[in-house]
Design a binder for this molecule. Structure first.
Ligand SMILES: [Zn+2]
Length: 507
């Protein structure tokens, strides 16, 4: 269990004193100084704690996660890690690089992690030292955003917007990946230029590449500030051990993030940075805390939401993951926050994210909450609603590459192979994996017999579910996960947990 080290003990709330003006001022200033050293301590512990988390993740990435019931790395991290996929990739690249001098500089708080992840992948120790020195002095060349091909862009018209949106969805289906718009556009343009429709479809249907098992040499041989928070580093001895370390480190991070946000909010509100000799908050954050205003603003938004919705604050303190807390904060009001918290506690992370996006796109929250409450009332374990809802409507505001409308129409004209017989299960399910913890959408997904064929299961649509290749082969047919129909519900039995899926309301 996590014991709260001194640096993470919350500050005593400010009290008011009936005393003279001078002592009062002195007290105010000493309290503000205490606030600043507290901020420094919290900020200093951050990067080392983050690297500690990354080292555990590196170990986990090298393990087979199927015995835990996860089809792959993405599904696992969404459920268990407070970081987004892109950031995990960046940090793991850094930790795997073995740039010891860069890592040491991060642990010592000399450079922020956001800068360290931009370090060149391989370089000898002297060059690393020079790179760190340049980073400390702010002399690194500014990072240039990768240009999207040409300088010119256009503002698409109404009809183009719809075509581009459908074409992006099709790129994601063909690639089987939740690509960002920008990445989807680049692939679409590349395919259109090559003009090889059959090849695009053939690649989409080919077997997915096996995930690479990373090696994990995570012994660095130097102490870091995280030692005082979560103990000295040791390589996990097993999957179970790694999961324990993961939850200890993340609990320490959550407490830290929420408190940082609270103090930062006070700094901004009372303009405390001025009293400390800084003209703006940005330079205070950069100089004293070594972190960006953006990350602090994110913590601040969270702190604000937790103040507005105290029940959510209590859930966060009780250990709800930050991803879930943030999803609830985006959609909940005073009136329905308790209902949303209950849903958040009983849904896979990807399901909660989907529900909150639907509400943001205009779905009626009461209809959704009613549907979740109905199934929670009859099932144990986690719950999910079937993916019958149509996707979020297009809200394209960005300018795009001038060729994109033409590339989009080309891609939409590419004929996908028709689904015959039992394969029509996939079309019915819109090619979305039925595993409520996965939901991967890919053309190469499989049609699965809920009642196995060797047990007399028929080739009928109601005996079928669309599942991704990983869930099908590595989970279900490897015996780690069982799927069965119970009345109108589909029940997924994972190692140590159960999820019940029912059809969602028409939205
Ligand atoms: Zn899947």
């Amino acid at each position: 269990m996590l014991s709260l080290p001194s640096v993470l003990t919350p500050l005593a709330p400010a009290r008011s004193f009936r005393v003279g003006v001078a002592p009062l001022l002195a007290r105010v200033w000493s309290e503000r100084d205490a606030l600043q050293s507290r901020l420094r301590a919290l900020a200093k512990a951050g990067p080392a704690l983050d690297l500690r988390l990354a080292r555990v993740l590196l170990y986990l990435q090298g393990q087979d996660l199927a015995p835990l019931g996860y089809p792959g790395w993405l599904a696992f991290t969404r459920e268990h890690v407070d970081w987004g996929e892109a950031w995990i990739r960046s940090v793991l690249r850094l930790v795997r690089s073995g740039l010891r001098e860069v890592l040491r500089a991060v642990c010592a708080g000399r450079i922020p992690l956001t800068v360290a992840v931009t370090a060149p992948g391989t370089c000898h120790p002297a060059a690393q030292e020079a790179w760190v020195a340049a980073a400390v002095a702010g002399e690194l060349p500014a990072r240039v955003r990768r240009p999207s091909g040409v300088g010119a862009t256009i503002e698409p018209g109404e009809a183009d917007i719809l075509a581009i949106w459908h074409a992006r969805e099709r790129v994601r289906l063909l690639e089987g990946l939740p690509l960002a718009d920008r990445e989807a556009d680049e692939r679409m343009l590349g395919w259109w230029r090559a003009d090889r429709a059959e090849q695009v479809v053939a690649t989409a249907l080919a077997a997915a590449p096996r995930p690479s098992m990373a090696s994990s040499d995570t012994e660095w041989g130097f102490a870091d500030p995280a030692d005082s928070l979560v103990g000295p580093w040791r390589s996990p001895s097993s999957l179970t051990d790694a999961m324990g370390l993961l939850s200890t480190i993340q609990a320490a991070r959550r407490i830290r993030v929420v408190e940082l946000g609270q103090i930062y909010e006070r700094v901004v509100r009372e303009r405390l940075h001025r009293g400390w000799g800084f003209r703006d908050v940005a330079s205070f954050c950069q100089t004293v805390l070594g972190c960006t205003v953006r990350s602090l603003q994110r913590h601040q938004r969270l702190a604000r939401a937790l103040r507005r919705l105290p029940e959510l604050g209590a859930a966060a303190r009780a250990g709800m993951s930050l991803a879930r807390v943030e999803a609830v904060a985006r959609v909940a009001t005073d009136d329905d926050v308790v209902r949303w918290i209950t849903v958040a506690e009983r849904t896979p992370a990807v399901e909660l994210d989907r529900a909150s996006r639907q509400v943001e796109a205009g779905a009626d929250p009461d209809v959704l909450l009613d549907a979740y409450e109905a199934v929670m009332g009859t099932a144990t374990g986690t719950v999910a609603l079937g993916s019958t809802q149509t996707p979020v409507p297009p809200r394209l505001t960005d300018r795009v590459h001038p060729d994109l409308p033409q590339a989009a129409r080309w891609l939409l004209a590419v004929e996908l192979p028709p689904q015959r017989g039992f394969g029509r299960v996939k079309e019915r399910d819109r090619f979305i994996c039925a595993n409520p913890e996965c939901r991967r959408r890919a053309l190469r997904n499989h049609a699965h017999h809920v009642r196995f064929r060797q047990h007399g299961g028929a080739d009928t649509l109601d005996n079928g579910l669309c599942v991704c290749t990983s869930c099908h082969l590595r989970l279900i047919h490897a015996g780690h996960v069982q799927v069965e129909k119970v009345g109108a519900a589909v029940v997924w039995s994972f190692p140590g947990r159960v999820a019940t899926v029912v059809d969602g309301p028409e939205m």
